[in-house]
Design a protein around this ligand. Structure first.
Ligand code: FUC
Length: 754
């Protein structure tokens, strides 16, 4: 039972009274509560394997937000495939696609023919270090790789247990076949894409001892004691430059300067700066769901697929999503695309760009709740650029008299695939601006960036919605993404009042109204938005108890389509909640059940978030087990699952990984309607656990420990002093939190401590 310092429903009690209550509690139980809440330190999160990667999807990802690399870990022949986030074909008029950049090939030689023993390659998520180690005869070799954000370079540190044992030929190759130019200890290539984007890469080698010999196409290192190498890569892409997107900084100068700088910097400092930078973000959140077996990652995944229990693998995958976001999305850079930052194909699936009818948004669902707000920033920059371009477009399909809309898939520059217009895309993207404020409470961001965007889109929908004879406002030409109406049907029958459009517009109006009220501005405009929202055709429950996808009751209960568009209002929207609209929430569960558990990776991840938001931990957990399946085990439909490197399969899109991470956060913590809900969807399977560092809206950091499926204690730390309401089970209470002072609620001793 939870101790309630303030009686249920009394959220508005004066702060003075709260302080007195808390003070009384303080005196009674400080020490014991403090002792109990101490979190045990979480061991390093690690993926590890006992043989080199044969294929790209076995390799392990590194990334510093712009430079991404896949490490294969070969013993004799080694490949490092790399990307740079802005190397894209396409333009403002043509979608194009994200391009692979190049490869480093390393041909290693040894003084013995003995095969490698004690082989291991691993990726530590906490500090983003990849390490390959093995023995050849009596000599132990170690290769450490990381992509540094502070130094904007991929760094390789090669050592051996015996001097003069390092022998290798290093090649650097452009995917498009541009020729190398080189000095004595550097390799360099540059080229230009059709769209004018120039690119360049530079690799510098520093050997300790031994002999370094350049050839026409490589560098050969003989008998070195140790070897460091540094790779830099960049393009001339510039965001927010409109048609001048290719006219950014000269990449040749940039990569040469960066490579020189990092190669001359003290290597210990390079390493420490990298670790501090990465861990500074990663270690903000820890999650412990149980101990995992000490087995290679692929083995664990295969065992799990066969039905083994491994809660630590579930936690590892949660942290992997955070790892991938930090690695692919850093402030000042480009947003994580469909494959994050990792792509090996000249023609990747769906262009590996930004699809706005779920995928790009899903990439960022975890950013705020899992304490990576900074990593959300590239999305805002990209959206503002897209808005600027589409606002002034000459494309008749996109043109609007006020505001802007999107195509279904948009590229880095702000161009789109003309395959399908997607009007609510802009409103859905604007939700991220509101959420950024809701989580951080950053009023400057709200006033300067979120509010103008939201207001403009309210104006767009004010002009676009039409009134039915029954006095309801509907979107006249709606779509339930990729489900209907299809393109060939579209001209014949635009779909008025599709739930997807209606719910997103509702969400936009709500976010706008809340923003205007926070800022205390635009009363008249805000009242109009309230009036419009009240007239919107709302969710309806159909004949089999489902939440209708269409304005009419047309849903087929055997339809398992991958999109869950009519459930937007549940997640990521907030129109439907268990507390405020239980009938609709029930109908949403019915619809979700009928959609089934089988689908593509991102779809399953969305369903997982939906079950979590519906506080149904058991369905969420069942859906989670479906997601964590080895995609390549015999009999797998290859629709959804994970590859050996834990990338989400469909075929390969990273949205499923990111969506998984947000869902786990959502199972453990929610924060709607100004209530912080502790453990809202804890499945029975997670009997014991602890989490630290999750964020609730209002900028409250939350830690929790639970045992035998019951919360033991929770620590809330708010950035701003004030009264906060929290819920656990059916108990609701309010507490006054002093800024930056952890407030411990111990459910065993029924005490509060600050
Ligand atoms: C959505 C999905 C597709 C694919 C694409 C990138 O449109 O319907 O399945 O994931 O995004």
């Amino acid at each position: 039972m939870i101790y309630l310092p303030i009686v249920r429903g009394s959220f508005l009690l004066p702060e003075r009274f709260m302080c007195i209550v808390i003070l009384a509690v303080l005196i009674s139980g400080v020490a014991s509560a403090q002792r109990k809440v101490a979190h045990s330190s979480t061991p390093l999160q690690r993926l590890w394997y006992t043989k080199p990667a044969d294929r790209w999807l076995d390799a392990l990802p590194l990334g510093n937000g712009s430079l991404g690399a896949m490490i294969f870990g070969g013993v004799d022949g080694e490949r490092i495939q790399f990307n740079e986030s802005s190397l894209c074909t396409g333009s403002l008029d043509k979608i194009g696609s994200f391009q692979p950049f190049g490869n480093i090939f390393l041909a290693w030689k040894y003084n013995t023919d003995a095969s490698a023993t004690a082989y291991r390659r691993s990726l530590v998520l906490n500090n983003a270090i990849h390490e390959t180690s093995f023995k050849k005869g009596a000599i132990a070799f170690k290769r450490v790789y990381f992509t540094s954000h502070p130094d904007q370079a991929l760094v390789g540190l090669i050592t051996a247990s015996k001097p003069k044992s390092i022998n290798v030929e290093i090649k650097l190759k452009d995917v498009r076949g541009e020729k190398l130019t080189e000095g004595t200890s550097s390799l360099f290539f540059q080229g230009k894409l059709e769209n004018g984007i120039s690119y360049a890469a530079c690799l510098i080698v520093k050997a300790k001892g031994g002999v370094v010999t350049p050839t026409d196409s490589s560098i050969i290192i003989r008998d070195a004691d140790a070897l460091n190498f540094y790779l830099t890569a960049a393009t001339s892409f510039k965001l927010r430059a409109g048609a001048e997107f290719a006219a950014g900084e000269n990449p040749e100068k940039l990569v040469r300067a960066r490579a020189k700088r990092v190669s001359e910097k003290d290597i210990d400092k390079v390493l420490t700066d990298h670790k501090e930078d990465f861990s500074g973000l990663f270690d903000r959140v820890t999650l412990k769901l149980g101990d995992g077996p000490d087995k290679p990652t692929l083995q664990r995944l295969q065992d799990y697929t066969q039905g083994a229990s491994d809660h630590d693998l579930e936690a590892l995958l949660f942290q992997y999503g955070r790892y991938l976001l930090i690695s692919s999305s850093r402030a000042g850079g480009t947003p994580a695309n469909l494959q994050g930052l990792w792509n090996n194909d000249v023609k990747p699936e769906w262009y590996s760009q930004y699809t706005t009818n779920i995928n790009i948004q899903m990439n960022y669902w975890s950013a705020e709740p899992t304490n990576l707000s900074e990593c959300h920033e590239p999305l805002f920059d990209w959206v503002e650029n897209l808005a600027a371009i589409n606002r002034s477009t000459s494309d008749n399909v996109l043109k609007t008299s006020v505001g802007w809309v999107t195509y279904s898939t948009d590229n880095l520059m702000g161009g789109g695939s003309t395959w399908r217009i997607h009007r609510p895309g802009s409103a859905w993207l604007s939700q991220h601006f509101w959420e950024r404020y809701a989580f951080t409470g950053d009023s400057l961001f709200l006033a300067r960036r979120a509010y103008p965007l939201l207001k403009e889109l309210v104006s767009y929908w004010d002009g676009h919605l039409v009134e039915t004879s029954a006095g309801k406002l509907i979107s006249p030409d709606g779509w339930s993404p990729e489900h209907g109406p299809h393109k060939d049907e579209l001209d014949k029958r635009p779909y008025p009042g599709a739930s997807y459009d209606q719910q997103i517009v509702y969400d936009l109006f709500t976010n706008y109204i809340d923003a205007a009220k926070k800022l205390k501005i635009d009363d008249g405009f805000c009242s109009n938005a309230e009036r419009l929202r009240s007239k919107l055709l709302g969710p309806r429950v159909g004949k089999w108890g489902q939440l209708q996808e269409w304005a009419e009751d047309l849903d087929d209960s055997t339809d398992h389509h991958r999109h869950n568009s009519h459930l937007f209002a549940v997640y990521p929207g907030r129109q439907i909640t268990l507390q405020q609209t239980p009938q609709w929430a029930r109908a949403a569960s019915r619809s979700l059940l009928s959609r089934g558990m089988e689908s593509t990776g991102w779809s399953v991840a969305w369903r997982l978030n939906l079950w979590a938001r519906l506080a149904d931990g058991e369905h969420a957990y069942a859906q989670m087990r479906r997601l964590i399946q080895y995609a390549e085990s015999p009999g797998q439909a290859e629709k959804c699952g994970l590859y050996a490197n834990l990338f989400n399969a469909y075929p390969f899109q990273l949205d499923g990984n990111f969506g998984y991470t947000s869902a786990v956060a959502e199972m453990l913590l929610q924060s709607h309607e100004n209530v912080i809900h502790l453990l809202p969807a804890l499945p029975k399977a997670w009997a014991d656990g602890e989490v630290k560092g999750l964020k609730a809206r209002g900028n409250v950091e939350v830690a929790m420990r639970w045992k035998s499926n019951h919360l033991v204690n929770a620590t809330l730390k708010a950035v701003r002093s004030g009264t906060y309401t929290f819920r656990y089970g059916d108990k609701v209470a309010s507490v006054y939190l002093v800024a930056n002072r952890p407030h411990v609620i111990d459910l065993k001793t029924k005490t509060h401590t600050q």
